[in-house]
Design a protein around this ligand. Structure first.
Ligand code: DHB
Ligand code: FE
Length: 277
């Protein structure tokens, strides 16, 4: 049976990808952000997950406004990256695990989540920046991308995101092969990139979310989508990825957490949650 080792959250700001490309990790501006990652890499080196499930939100590379799946799951042998216009170097394709993907897709539909299956999917910075942060040498386990819509309303509710994660956790655990899995939730925390509130960050709300995602994720499902936009900014809705990740885990202990602003326009939260019995 497959086992879930834990979950990891991280911001996926394109500027982080540029900092990696430019070797700026130790610059004073970036150091407080990048310092969160070596302990997580150590944990990954110790626990050696066989597969990484990367829950992110596509920003218009894999899907666009003409066709916007609420939940999409990759079912490919590899996932290519493309130039998105952020000035990021294009990365080589990421290896997948199509067999495990199809098991998960089957399990999600069985649990009444009508997802979109993607035998071809270009992955953007929401997926790639976290992969670079956690496996800087590029030597990552096979990856399965799962994307949720945060681009075009109506977006999923926080409750739906947590429930998706619960179904995902069950689908993972009943995979008959004896493999271990780590689940990423990328994006957030509070940020608004455009409009009258551009630059909006809400540290208090972010820190409340970081606390509750460990101790009482159900309480967060009481936040409506409009309230989430008000409190976290239009792009702070990426917190839905954290809820999806959290739902898959069950009981956890937080081994590592870091919160740093400003990174670009975003309150950047990094957490390592290890599953406990
Ligand atoms: C930024 C943050 C994001 O989550 C994103 O997708 C793009 C840009 C930013 O803070 O610049
Ligand atoms: Fe984003």
């Amino acid at each position: 049976m497959a086992r879930i080792l834990g979950g990891i959250t991280t911001s996926h700001i394109p500027a982080v990808g540029k900092a990696i490309a430019g070797g700026l990790e130790q610059e004073p501006y970036w150091k407080p952000f990048f310092d969160a990652y070596p302990p997580i890499r150590d944990w990954l080196a110790r626990t050696k997950p066989d597969v990484v499930i990367n829950i992110y939100n596509d920003h218009g590379l894999g899907f666009f406004l003409d066709k916007m799946p609420t939940f999409a799951i990759g079912a490919a042998h590899e996932y290519r990256n493309e130039d998105e216009g952020w000035g990021l170097p294009k990365l080589p394709p990421f290896r997948g695990d199509a067999k495990f993907s199809w098991h998960i897709i089957e399990g999600m539909v069985e649990r009444e989540f009508d997802i979109t299956s993607c035998q071809e999917l270009a992955v953007d910075h929401g997926f790639t920046v976290p992969m670079q942060l956690f496996w800087p040498d590029g030597n990552h386990p096979p990856a399965i991308p799962i994307s949720a819509n945060t681009v075009q309303h109506p977006i999923p509710t926080l409750k739906r995101a947590l429930d998706f994660g619960k179904a995902l956790g069950a689908a993972i655990r009943d995979y008959p092969e004896d493999i271990s899995v780590v689940v990423l939730g990328t994006g957030g925390l509070s940020h608004q990139l455009d409009g009258a509130r551009a630059g909006f960050i809400n540290k208090e709300f972010d820190q409340m979310c970081m606390e509750k995602i460990v101790s009482d994720p159900e309480a967060l499902t009481k936040i409506s989508r409009h309230e989430l936009v008000r409190q976290a900014g239009a792009q702070g809705t990426e917190f839905l990825m954290w809820m999806m990740m959290r739902g898959a885990l069950g009981n956890v202990r937080a081994l590592q957490q870091n919160y740093h602003i400003p990174i670009s326009n975003t309150g950047a939260g990094t957490m390592l949650l290890e599953c406990i019995e």
